[in-house]
Each structure stands twice: as structure tokens, then as C-alpha cells.
Design a protein around this ligand. Sequence first.
Ligand SMILES: C[S@@+](CC[C@H](N)C(=O)[O-])C[C@H]1O[C@@H](n2cnc3c(N)ncnc32)[C@H](O)[C@@H]1O
Length: 207
Amino acid sequence: MQIETIKRIYANYSHFYDLLFKQFFYPRQKYVIQSMQIKPNEKVLDVGVGTGLSLSIYPRHCYITGIDVSKEMLNKARKKVEKFSLSHVTLREMDAMNLDFEDNAFDYVFATFVISVVPDPIRVISEMKRVAKNDGKIVIVNHFQSQNKFIAKIEKWICPLSRRIGWRSDLSLDYLVRETNIEIDYSYKLKKIDLWNVVFVTNNKSD
Ligand SMILES: C[S@@+](CC[C@H](N)C(=O)[O-])C[C@H]1O[C@@H](n2cnc3c(N)ncnc32)[C@H](O)[C@@H]1O
């Protein structure tokens, strides 16, 4: 998917995104962010922060930077920052494939429901690795292609359709690991049968 197409799709979604997706995404964000046990003054980058569903979950003792390529999604996030007086949150319009941050800037780099939306997931993960500190945590919540061959075939088959609504259904976690040299600490699903995986990675700059 081209970045302009993504911007157009998410400009449209921004009007009803929370109404449609909060019920699925927010409980997962809440569980994962609480499990991260972010310490006082630690710096967190939320990549593709969208309408900012996650923003009120972070502890106020850390610094959060949220970036997104969609102005309209970010406008919704800005409203939440105001509404909840989230003075520890900074929002910036930015492409995750070219992060405008120095190397080793963040203790945590978090991406929920984003990796299968961006045009080049390998590039985004390499940017996430670059801006995360060595030994910092990269945390990804995303749908990945099923290990079950039959379901994986269906996911490949429906991919042209899923792309039209803003994400790809055929992204394989094994492929991402292979291409980006990340080493997964652990990975789990919140429910026995769930569309989304939670993946924790410790950033190893020597990889
Ligand atoms: C499915 S939404 C997820 C939003 C948020 N993380 C959440 O969990 O609700 C995907 C988001 O990724 C953003 N996005 C897509 N491509 C991007 C890119 N290259 N750089 C930054 N954000 C991007 C979209 O604008 C959209 O807000």
C-alpha cells in the first residue's frame, strides 16, 4: 500500500475509528502497557499512535511521544491529550519509515495494530530498532499470518480485500524476524483464539 492511500483510508476512519475498534484494541493495549512496568522518567515511543486510544493508559511518570502519518487520526489523539490533561504526551506527524529521532532515544518502542498497515514493515522495524536504546524493549501487537496452513492460505487469499480496508492479512512473523534480525523474548495471544499477537523483543544493537 502506498502512503497516500494509507493517509486517505485513515482520514476516513478517523471519524468512527474509536466507535468501531476501541472495543477490540483498548483492552489489549491496556493489558500490554500495564505489563510493561514502565519506570519513572522512561521514554516511550508509540509508533502509529492513531486516535490515541493508548494514551490515557500510560503512567504519568514517564514521557510518551506518539507519531502518526495521518493528520486526521492525530487530531483525534490531540483531543484526548487535552481532555485528559496528558502533559507527559507529545504528538508529532511523522512517517514511521523515516523516524525523525536520534539513535537510542527511547526505552520502549511500542506499535499496536500498525506493522501490517505500513507500506514497508521491515523498514519500520529497523527504524524502531535504531531509535530504541540497546537493551530497550520493542513491543508489537499485531495480526500475523497463522501457522495453520489452511488459515494462512485464506489470509493470503483475502489479502487484496484487507488491503482495500487499510491493512494486510498475510504478514508473517517468521519473515519479519528473519529480515530484521530481531530476537523475540516472548510472544503470546491474550485469548486462546485471538487475531492478534503480542511480541516482546529486547533490542540488541549487535544484531
Ligand atoms: C489500525 S491503526 C492503529 C492505531 C493505534 N496504534 C491503535 O492501536 O489504535 C494504524 C495507524 O497506523 C498509521 N500509519 C500507517 N502507516 C504509517 C506510517 N508509515 N507512519 C506512521 N503511521 C502510520 C495510520 O495512520 C493509523 O493511524
